[in-house]
Design a protein around this ligand. Structure first.
Ligand SMILES: *Cc1c(COP(=O)(O)O)cnc(C)c1O
Length: 227
């Protein structure tokens, strides 16, 4: 496992995916998902030039932040499902939240946050029951309702593609999220510019980039999976 080589390879793949569709690679930010790995491994990612780290549990996030990573200039992303009662534990420790899908969480953020939080609304495009996120049908009214929470800024949408070898199906999910984004952008809500798309993981980030991802969340292919 050489994190630095992995990162170089991923950046090359991102450039190639961008070239295919005429995008500028600088539009794509890599988030190293460190939930499966040690502080050392996360530190190696930062040393190779990764500036964005993502965790999916409050405990994992806070443990990483208390470690020697605290000396580094890192943008912290919370990518997991957040229970309302845990909002207070993380909200003043993160730069972006990728999993907003309930008003109860928005309400807690409003109450507990010291500043405006950049949020992605998580959409369950694939419709799998095991996945979190709101449905496409509920998306517009959900975003409209978020305007009453001053601490919430909807910078974009997030989704997870199904775990499948079927690349066409994966691509369809990403295309649908892009269409949702265009629809929301047309409304020109001041609280929801919705300029970002958080989609793509180790197995599907190139497809996601071809379909418009601006943030890719990469764990296994970048920092590995320990244990
Ligand atoms: C774990 C996780 C990832 C990264 O998964 P890999 O397949 O290891 O790249 C991305 N996004 C979310 C929401 C995750 O929970």
């Amino acid at each position: 496992m050489n994190v630095s080589e992995n990162f170089k390879k991923i950046r090359t793949n991102i450039t190639l995916a961008c070239e295919k569709v005429g995008r500028d690679p600088s539009e794509v930010t890599v988030i190293a998902v460190t939930k499966y790995v040690s502080v050392e491994r996360a530190f190696a990612a930062v040393e190779s030039g990764v500036k964005h780290l993502g965790e999916n549990r409050p405990e994992g996030l806070l443990a990483k932040q208390k470690s020697k990573l605290s000396s580094q200039d890192i943008c912290w992303h919370f990518i997991g499902t957040l229970q309302s009662r845990k909002v207070k534990d993380v909200v003043n420790h993160i730069d972006m939240l990728h999993s907003l899908d309930r008003l109860s969480v928005a309400k807690e953020i409003e109450k507990r946050s010291e500043s405006v939080i950049n949020c992605f609304v998580q959409v369950n495009v694939s419709g799998e029951e095991s996945k979190h996120g709101i449905t496409e049908a509920d998306l517009d009214s959900f975003i409209e309702q978020l305007s009453q929470y001053k601490k919430i800024r909807v910078i974009g949408l997030m989704t997870m593609a199904p775990h499948t070898e079927n690349k066409t199906l994966i691509r369809t999910v990403f295309k649908r999220l892009k269409n949702c984004q265009l629809r929301i952008q047309e409304k020109a809500y001041p609280h929801a510019p919705c300029n970002e798309l958080s989609m793509g993981m180790s197995n599907d980030y190139e497809i996601a980039i071809e379909e418009g991802a601006t943030f890719v969340r990469i764990g296994t292919a970048l920092v590995g999976h320990e244990e």
